[in-house]
Ligand binder design. Structure first.
Ligand code: FRU
Length: 497
């Protein structure tokens, strides 16, 4: 049975998505079908396809009552929209179907687990949002909410913890065929914690334990957890709110956190060994991962950040808001998280142009290197004994605009700067991160789509992501050196076709 609210959303998206042309969308990143999206949800492989659901307000380009949008893909780069999967139409999720995840049940159906939100007006202050965990079961297109919803509520959280910050279940099947999920929550100390639950069948859930406690270390409330084994280690990804900066590792506001450690399955104990940000750019939040049929752990994040949502200007000036990052293959090396662009991206490469051993001390342009949908591989080193002072590459460039990435090897600073990308808003436009090098050696892989840049540093040791809404006529690329830089560069166009 499809509710009136869902039927309306489906009718609306069907009738309005033709108003957005292919050129007005990213070429190989998933964007919202219409309206607004934030977090990726229910990222899964089901019945021979990848499924991506997303936080969705179809009716406007700003956040509103959350639905779940839905798209499928064979290669994670070309997406086909399916009808919206969930609408806020039940007594327990009337004010929103918040983030969640998906898993395949024993009988072949797909289970969606999400947070239902119910706003509770208060006499003496702003209303509170009661958050509970809910289920919907479906066939890959249509989903029916479970009659037993909500399956987890205030009774199922540790004493003193908040039922108003209890969200974003990430579910998986354990090796013994039972189910587990992790959920973000706020304990009495006002920061965040990740709760672990178990279920024999996916429907009846039981609180197991506090898996990880923030104890006010990394921001406050932890949103959108994901938890998985990788390369002999165990990884927890989460997106903390209200972070304070720590050197160049974490920055103010909504950030991302990766904890790497070990996991004892017997006692379900996670022991932390290392912490880092997931992305060191400006626009990346709430990532989710999927395990591909060939065993790769692939992550996609919301290529946006709550603190920079104002970048595009006035509400309703734009036709859509919100896109997902490139799919990134994850690995753990030397105890750190590494990311590389999904290898399927290589199939979109066309028109190779390459240069070797270009030595320069000033601004240069190279014939054949320009465009807005690009895959640029750059290798730098010092030329001679002396390490250069600064290297920069500018792209999305014309007389008026450019976005740039610069590197100062002596200070170990890599900086992204999109100040000159046409933005008329005072949101963050620059971010620095620490990248060490020997003799100025640095490897960059820069992926440009129409409205974004993602920079993979030193084979994925760090990634720097930013949205860039410079007009598409700004196609130029130039390079700059202060001191003597030696550079190899390979360029491909990325077609999206
Ligand atoms: C993270 C988040 C989630 C929540 C959703 C609501 O971006 O705040 O915690 O489920 O967005 O849209």
């Amino acid at each position: 049975m499809i509710s009136q609210t869902l039927r309306e959303a489906r009718r609306y998206e069907e009738a309005t998505d033709q108003m957005i042309t292919a050129e007005e969308r990213p070429a190989f990143h998933l964007s919202t079908r219409v309206g607004w999206t934030n977090d990726p949800n229910g990222f899964s492989y089901y019945q021979g396809k990848y499924h991506m659901f997303y936080q969705y307000h179809p009716y406007a380009t700003y956040w509103g009552p959350m639905h779940w949008g839905h798209a499928v893909s064979k290669d994670l780069l070309h997406w086909e929209y399916l009808p919206a999967a969930l609408a806020p139409d039940a007594p327990y999720d009337r004010d929103g179907c918040f983030s969640g995840s998906a898993v395949e049940l024993e009988d072949g159906r797909q289970l969606l687990m999400y947070t239902g939100v119910l706003r509770m007006p208060q006499l003496d202050g702003p209303s509170l949002e009661l958050q509970t965990q809910c289920l919907a079961v479906g066939d890959g297109t249509n989903y029916e909410k479970y009659a037993g919803n909500p399956v987890l509520d205030a009774k199922d959280i540790p004493e003193g913890s908040s039922c108003y910050d209890f969200r974003d279940p990430k579910v998986w099947k354990a090796s013994d065929g039972t189910y587990r999920c992790v959920i973000g929550n706020r304990p009495a100390d006002g920061s965040g914690q990740i709760l672990l639950y178990s279920s024999p069948d996916g429907f009846s859930w039981k609180f197991e334990k506090v898996l990880v406690a923030n104890r006010n270390r990394y921001g406050l409330m932890w949103e959108c957890p994901d938890f998985f084994p990788l390369d002999g280690k165990q990884v927890l990804l989460t997106s903390p709110q209200d972070m304070l900066p720590e050197g160049l590792e974490y920055h103010n506001g909504n950030g991302t956190l990766c904890l790497i450690g070990t996991y004892d399955e017997e006692t379900e104990t996670f022991t932390e060994e290392h912490n880092q940000a997931i992305d060191y750019g400006i626009d990346f939040y709430a990532p989710q991962t999927v395990l591909t049929p060939d065993g790769r752990r692939v992550m996609i994040g919301w290529m946006q950040n709550w603190d920079t949502c104002g970048l595009q200007g006035q509400k309703n000036e734009q036709k859509w808001f919100g896109q997902m990052s490139l799919p990134r293959e994850l690995s753990v090396k030397n105890g750190r998280l590494y990311q590389r662009p999904l290898r399927e991206l290589d199939a979109l490469r066309r028109n190779k142009v390459s240069y070797e051993d270009v030595v320069f001390t000033d601004t240069i342009r190279l014939d054949g290197i320009e465009g807005r949908r690009l895959d640029l591989e750059i290798e730098l080193s010092a030329d001679g004994e002396e390490v250069y002072k600064k290297f920069a590459v500018r792209f999305a460039q014309n007389e008026r605009y450019h976005t740039g990435l610069s590197y100062r090897p002596q200070e170990h600073i890599l900086k992204i700067d999109r100040k000159f990308s046409g933005s008329r808003r005072a949101v963050i436009h620059q971010r620095r991160s620490e990248v060490k090098s020997e003799n100025g050696r640095l490897k960059l892989r820069i992926i440009l789509d129409r409205f974004s840049v993602e920079v993979f540093v030193n084979d994925g040791e760090k990634v720097v992501t930013a949205t860039v809404f410079t007009g598409q006529e700004a196609q130029g690329v130039s390079f700059f050196a202060s001191g003597r830089v030696r550079m190899n560069v390979v360029k491909y166009d990325l077609t999206g076709e």
